[in-house]
Design a protein around this ligand. Structure first.
Ligand code: GDP
Length: 400
């Protein structure tokens, strides 16, 4: 966990090039939770305000042990790449495949995915399903081949066999990309391990490395096998000093996942059915913070501390401000944004405003359901929502 001042994070969030919105997708048990937890432990943030409260730190430990990822709709991570700071929003994705729209709602917030594949099991049916769904939403994948420790310890693979296994998995994933990606991305999004789009490692042991990184550091597969043969301390040293998983993964995220502006250019025409030549259409293509507000709400969850419903969504255009009057397109009514916040570790940190491209939490939108689109009041009756929702009203009981 890093202690960060909320103003510092807001400054980064105003610069859309320094934002990435991602999620982790995987077949069950391939290591999604372990990977999220290891990213959170290393790159998660807490605000100075919280850090100042000793009690809160204890609370944090408890939260971490329980696996915070279970609860938060989004976790903002802090990462520096080539001397520049980035905010990487890690969006919660459903742990199981369902057809109720949860998956699409998570994917709507993300521009990139870390696809986690167990090195022993390889590509499984749910890997295919989640990859297909993300590609349909034009979410760009990178690959994390996890549980490499099992190839070493359990299967006692030689370096050649390990390499062969990676080649097989990458080939299968690339095959799925060429099957399911839209025509313009079938080739462009193929995973090239030589350029660092594939990380291999162990989420449990917290190390991860790409081929270019291994070359740069002069590491061979045999060195990793040696570390495991030497024992726990050698593996820990490798994980902390040579190839920390969070660094390798987040470097690849910054490098290969598009920033929100780049992504919205090709994602909006696919995921939104309105007129992209209209003022609001253009503002969304540009992720324009000065455009009319379009805030797509993906989650409505109760914040246990304040016992109130919090909306979490992505701002595709405009700036979400405290006090804003917004129009809920599906509900067909207006609402007032009472509070705007960002996720820092286990807490939401209240801010005045958040610009387009980011993921924001809002209070005051209790009338919205997950999947709702909130827009500037000036857009009332002028724009279609991202998703059509049916609000079921109270059943009318008639007594005969
Ligand atoms: P999820 O269902 O995708 O969220 O998977 P989890 O993160 O819960 O992991 C499933 C199981 O695999 C758990 O028992 C983890 O401890 C284990 N696991 C996760 N990562 C690794 C790893 O790198 N190596 C090994 N050997 N086990 C792992």
């Amino acid at each position: 966990m890093r202690v960060k001042h909320v103003d510092e994070i807001l400054k980064i969030m105003r610069n859309v090039e320094q934002i990435r919105n991602i999620g982790i997708v995987a077949h069950v048990d391939h290591g999604k939770t372990t990977t999220s937890d290891s990213l959170l432990a290393a790159a998660g943030m807490i605000s100075q305000r919280i850090a100042g409260e000793a009690l809160a730190l204890d609370y944090l430990k408890v939260e971490q042990q329980r696996g915070i990822t279970v609860k938060s709709a989004n976790i903002s991570l802090y990462h520096e790449y080539q001397g520049k700071p980035y905010v990487i929003n890690l969006v919660d994705t459903p742990g199981h495949v369902d057809f109720s729209g949860h998956v699409t709602r998570s994917l709507r917030m993300m521009d990139g995915s870390i696809v986690v594949v167990d090195a022993v099991e390889g590509v499984m049916p749910q890997t295919e399903t989640v990859l297909r769904q993300s590609l349909e939403e034009r979410v760009r994948p990178i690959l994390f081949i996890n549980k490499v420790d099992r190839l070493i310890k359990e299967l006692k693979y030689t370096p050649q066999q390990i390499q062969q296994r990676f080649v097989e998995i990458i080939k299968e994933v690339n095959h799925l990309i060429s099957l399911y990606a839209d025509p313009e991305f079938k080739k462009k999004w193929q995973l090239d391990p030589m350029s660092g789009m594939v990380i291999f490692g162990s989420a449990r042991d917290k190390w991860g490395i790409s081929i270019p990184l291994a070359q740069k550091r002069g590491i061979k597969f045999s060195d990793i096998i040696d570390a495991y043969n030497k024992g726990k301390e050698a593996v820990e040293e490798f994980a902390t000093k040579v190839a920390p998983l969070h660094e390798s993964l987040l470097d690849a995220v910054v490098k290969f996942i598009p920033n929100p502006r780049e992504a919205q250019k090709y994602r909006i025409p696919k995921i939104w059915k309105g007129d992209i030549n209209s003022e609001v259409g253009k503002a969304m293509l540009e992720a324009d913070p000065n455009g009319p507000l379009v805030y797509a709400i993906s989650f409505m969850r109760v914040d246990p501390k304040i016992r109130r419903l919090v909306a979490t969504g992505r701002i595709f255009s405009g700036t979400l401000r405290q006090g804003d009057e917004v129009w809920l397109v599906n509900a067909g009514k207006s609402a007032k944004v009472l509070q705007v916040s960002i996720y820092m570790g286990p807490d939401r940190e209240v801010v005045d405003e958040i610009p387009a491209g980011n993921i924001a939490a809002a209070l005051g939108l209790e009338d919205a359901r997950a999947g709702e689109t909130a827009v500037a009041v000036s857009l009332k009756d002028k724009v279609p929502p991202f998703e059509r929702l049916h609000y079921v009203s109270e059943p009318v009981v008639t007594v005969a």
